[in-house]
Design a binder for this molecule. Structure first.
Ligand SMILES: C[S@@+](CC[C@H](N)C(=O)[O-])C[C@H]1O[C@@H](n2cnc3c(N)ncnc32)[C@H](O)[C@@H]1O
Length: 259
């Protein structure tokens, strides 16, 4: 067993986070650079330090869970949701249940709530927003953002759903009520059920093929019959039919219940 693998085993025992399911080359590069930055020559020494120092542990976890996000990330994809998918859902559904899986600091579920609100009342929109990292969830619940996170937000939307306080923008309380933020590990925890739309973007790229396969199957099961799965811009699924999906649009897959 390599020193890195031994380290991964220790981290799993300490935190429950299984780094063997994340692509090794990328993850090792990130962690080696952090370890070197902190002045430890081996992963063994680094683990000892992490084990004894809560702050170092937190920094390590932050590095693992790469959590950049923004509102309307890749705007053209959200247009597909707005122009095609939600109008068709609206014809069939009085209420909608959406899961923003790996939601980071909340920009994604708030974007979903804003767009869904063009079609449904907020009381008929249920958004479950989950992430493995409690720190990002705490920030998501606060709903306070800087101008940069909002660069793709149309002005009318900004006026309607945000309250500017100095250099920051606060999400309005009514919008917040449509969303429940919860801690959830995609690699270990039970998945929600009867979801109409799963949005899982910019996290699957970090996982091994084995981990992705399991997640695709789990997502398929979590979806309702007409359910749709929306992926990130570099995360198209190779052979979606293997997991019970058919292509609906480039980054959208529909649950195919013939399989
Ligand atoms: C780059 S962010 C993506 C945020 C948002 N989905 C977007 O596209 O803007 C990746 C998020 O995945 C989360 N994450 C990493 N591993 C995870 C896991 N095993 N289960 C759930 N979330 C995870 C991280 O904490 C981080 O917040």
């Amino acid at each position: 067993m390599s020193e890195y693998q031994a380290f991964i085993g220790q981290i799993y025992k300490k935190t429950g986070l299984d780094l063997s399911l994340y692509k090794e080359v990328q993850m090792k590069r990130r962690l080696t650079s952090l370890r070197d930055k902190r002045g430890y020559e081996s992963f063994q020494d680094y683990f000892k330090a992490i084990n004894a120092d809560q702050q170092l542990l937190q920094e390590f976890l932050d590095k693992v869970t790469i959590n950049v996000s923004e509102f309307y990330r890749n705007p053209t994809r959200w247009k597909v949701l707005e122009d095609t998918i939600f109008p068709s859902f609206k014809k069939q559904m009085k209420k909608i249940k959406i899961w923003s899986a790996a939601c980071s600091t909340g920009e994604e579920p708030y974007t979903l709530a804003i767009i869904a609100n063009q079609f449904w009342d907020l009381k008929d929109i249920e958004i479950i927003a989950t992430d493995i990292d409690p720190n990002v969830l705490a920030r998501a619940k606060q709903g306070i953002y800087n101008e940069r996170a909002l660069q793709e937000v149309p002005i009318a939307i900004k006026d309607k759903y945000f309250h500017q306080e100095g250099a920051t923008f606060k999400v309005n309380e009514r919008l917040k009520k449509a969303i429940s933020f919860k801690k959830h590990n995609l690699l270990a925890d039970k998945y929600p059920a009867d979801v109409n739309l799963i949005v899982c973007r910019n996290v699957l790229i970090y996982f091994t093929e084995e981990a992705k396969t399991k997640i695709y199957h789990n997502f398929n099961e979590a979806l309702d019959d007409d359910g749709i799965f929306f992926v990130g811009s570099t995360e198209q699924i190779f052979s979606p039919e293997k997991y019970g999906f058919e292509v609906l649009d480039t980054f959208f897959y529909r649950k195919n219940y013939n399989t």
